[in-house]
Ligand binder design. Structure first.
Ligand SMILES: O=C(O)CCC(=O)C(=O)O
Ligand SMILES: [Fe+2]
Length: 260
């Protein structure tokens, strides 16, 4: 018996966000979250940008603009926070003159539609994290989970969460490939040991059942899912599968915090 009570992405509302955090639905979809006009301007600007490598990941065929906390989690906290302003400047440049702040739009959508207290994640003594990196996939994003309490072994506030989710706004999508596959298998301390040694991904033997959903995100879509569900991204031919994204952590008091 699987965990999911629905086999498709569901609308954003209070009940569905609770079900998602409880691993009972595969994810949430808001179609047309960003208009086609804005998407085409943003994707044109993004295609002209350089993407920094996720140098801490050996094989993940992914590039990003902005700041990725995982990459700096083993350094002094001040190292990550010193990089924030510059990262934010680059992101703001992408949205220059468009009059929108999609990270704020995601926060407002969750607050109003799902009625949750939500904001940018804060580190005591350092202030808000960076949230909203752009990410580009070229090849296969292999089977993995994202869970700061399991990955990070230093005392950051994001390791104290009860649940981890992600949001992605898709700005550009390849003609072939690029599907997001979410599996109805939950990451646990027991299956963590199956992770490829020294790497980020898992073998398919970790999956407990066939149940999965395969979605081909459309330009302008907002998708929210639980990153403690195993998931993977199918390779794209042209490498122009680009989204803006951050994690969403559920804090002990039930409120949500965003960070990248
Ligand atoms: O690009 C996507 O569709 C999802 C990427 C991913 O692995 C995540 O947001 O955790
Ligand atoms: Fe992920």
């Amino acid at each position: 018996m699987g965990n999911w009570i629905r086999q498709e992405l569901c609308e954003l509302n209070e009940e569905n966000l609770n079900l998602l955090m409880d691993f009972k639905i595969p994810g949430i979809l808001v179609k047309g979250f960003i208009s086609p006009e804005v998407c085409s301007v943003v994707s044109e600007r993004l295609r002209q940008q350089d993407y920094a490598n996720y140098s801490h990941l050996k094989e993940i065929p992914v590039h990003h603009i902005g700041l990725c906390h995982n990459q700096w989690a083993n350094d002094e906290k001040s190292v990550y926070f010193a990089k924030k302003a510059q990262a934010q400047e680059v992101i703001d440049g992408i949205y220059k003159d468009l009059g929108i702040n999609p990270v704020q739009m995601v926060i407002e959508a969750i607050a109003t539609k799902a009625k949750r207290h939500v904001g940018i994640f804060e580190e005591p003594g350092f202030g808000p994290y960076f949230a909203g990196a752009f990410r580009q996939f070229r090849g296969h994003g292999r089977l993995h989970i994202d869970h700061a309490p399991s990955h990070i072994h230093k005392p950051w506030a994001v390791t104290e969460i009860a649940r981890q989710m992600t949001w992605n706004i898709y700005y550009s999508m390849s003609n072939t490939g690029g599907e997001l596959i979410i599996h109805d298998t939950i990451h646990t301390p027991q299956n963590e040991v199956m992770k490829k040694p020294g790497d980020y991904y898992f073998p398919y033997e970790v999956l407990e059942r066939e149940d999965r959903i395969t979605v081909k995100p459309q330009v302008g879509d907002l998708i929210i899912f639980n990153t403690q569900n195993f998931h993977e991204i199918m390779g794209s031919d042209d490498g122009f599968r680009i989204s803006q994204t951050s994690f969403i952590g559920q804090k002990k008091d039930g409120s949500l915090g965003l960070w990248s």
